[in-house]
Ligand binder design. Structure first.
Ligand SMILES: [Zn+2]
Length: 421
């Protein structure tokens, strides 16, 4: 039993000053001045308590690339960032495209006992974009959603079938929307900074045109679609219009798309090489607006760890991606809440409640009697400088290294158990 005293509890619906008691794996009581003999008391005076954050989109690299990250290090990094549930993408080696591979991830997650790791299964066998993977078998073994993330599903016909198939199995389809014939071998956002740096550009339409296609296919299929890592003004607008006419589309963005512009590439910092690429100021403004008006449902990390040697290359040859699990909350809190763009309850919706609802995780995403006792305690007054040397992740490739941020995670409870962070 754990008793949180004097907590400022933040739910998507609002905030309250209260005590929270857990017993076993669930929250059993929420009221002021709870006394409970035998419970471990945590004084939360001056702290915020959120439902544990849920990351719909991260790369934990197991199996096959465990020099970059593995389930243990990734789930520890998740805890350090306040995440109690994370969904790992299936672009591993081999890809997670069958029930056996899904079961392996669930088993590893249980063995590690850190954040709950929920596997996302492939849309297509081997992520080849041709034949659909066995959605039913993967779901039976614990797949929470399907995605070919890292790669788009090039064929519209395959994508349409995948959306219908996902609907039949009640699985959410997470789309990496990219037209590879447009992005080609580009490495940064096409625009002034690409020209100035002499790096090959990726036109924004590589994302926006693919988002438009996927939205129309979901509309045709009457299926639900979740668009990953939205980064352009046009994508936000397409999704905003689609929602208005009743298409069942949701989407996510990542901290790097609202907190940074493609100015970051001018120093040839390979940690700023991300796909989709960091964009210009107009797009960053549109992402922030999309978050503020609710068009963007979720903040996910797209945590993409790489080994130092892999990123320590010429810009053209370094892999895409930044780590994000250990900085997402602070970046969002600093750049969105402290700037009064959104409220704390909105942040809870973006990082806990909405991911839970989109994924059908009915037992979490809120602090309520009967809900899973997954909670994160945050010190809103802490201010610190990001230092990747202290990261739990094997990946030190953080765009945010050296940034000054506010708000830090000071405690995490998973299924009623206090974790070391
Ligand atoms: Zn992706």
């Amino acid at each position: 039993m754990i008793l949180l005293k004097n907590a400022t509890v933040v739910n998507a619906g609002g905030m309250q000053q209260t005590d929270v008691l857990t017993d076993g794996e669930i929250i059993t009581r929420i009221a002021p001045n709870i006394e409970c003999f035998g419970a471990e008391v945590i004084d939360c005076d001056g702290k915020l308590v959120f439902p544990g954050f849920i990351d719909m989109h991260c790369h934990l690299r197991e199996p096959g690339q465990t020099h970059k990250e593995d389930i243990r290090s990734g789930s520890l990094a998740a805890l350090a960032g306040g995440y109690t549930t994370v969904c790992c993408m299936p672009n591993t080696d081999p890809p997670i495209d069958n029930g056996g591979a899904v079961a392996y991830i669930r088993k590893r997650s249980a063995e590690c006992g850190n954040a709950d790791v929920l596997p996302v299964g492939c849309i297509t066998r081997g992520q080849k974009g041709e034949e659909l993977a066995e959605f039913g078998h993967m779901k039976a073994q614990g797949a929470i959603a399907v995605s070919d993330d890292g790669l788009p599903v090039d064929s519209g016909a395959v994508m349409l079938n995948a959306l219908k198939y996902a609907k039949t199995f009640g699985l959410t389809l997470l789309s990496h929307s990219e037209d590879k014939s447009i992005s080609g071998n580009g490495v940064v956002n096409a625009g002034e900074n690409a020209t100035a740096s002499g790096l090959r550009g990726i036109p924004k339409a590589a994302e926006s045109a693919a988002v438009a296609r996927d939205v129309l296919l979901a509309e045709e299929a009457g299926a639900r679609l979740h668009v990953c890592h939205v980064s352009t003004a046009e994508s936000v607008d397409i999704i905003r219009q689609a929602k208005k006419r009743g298409v069942k589309v949701t989407c996510e963005t990542c901290p790097h798309y609202f907190a940074a512009t493609d100015d970051e590439i001018l120093s040839y910092n390979t940690n700023a090489k991300i796909n989709p690429p960091l964009r210009g100021e107009r797009d960053v403004d549109a992402i922030v607006q999309g978050i503020a008006d609710g068009t963007i449902d979720v903040i996910a990390t797209d945590h993409a760890p790489h080994h130092f040697d892999e990123k320590n290359k010429e810009f053209d040859y370094a892999p895409f991606g930044t780590v994000g699990l250990e900085t997402a909350f602070s970046v969002a809190y600093t750049r969105l809440v402290l700037t009064e763009t959104i409220k704390l309850s909105d942040l809870c919706r973006l990082m806990s409640a909405a991911p839970a609802s989109i994924l059908g995780l009915t037992d979490r995403g809120r602090i309520e009697v009967g809900a899973r006792a997954d909670m994160v305690i945050v010190d809103p007054d802490d201010e610190y400088t990001v230092d990747t040397a202290y990261f739990k992740s094997k990946g030190k490739n953080s765009l945010f290294d050296g940034w000054r941020l506010n708000g830090s995670v000071v405690g995490v409870i998973v299924k009623g158990e206090k974790k070391q962070i």
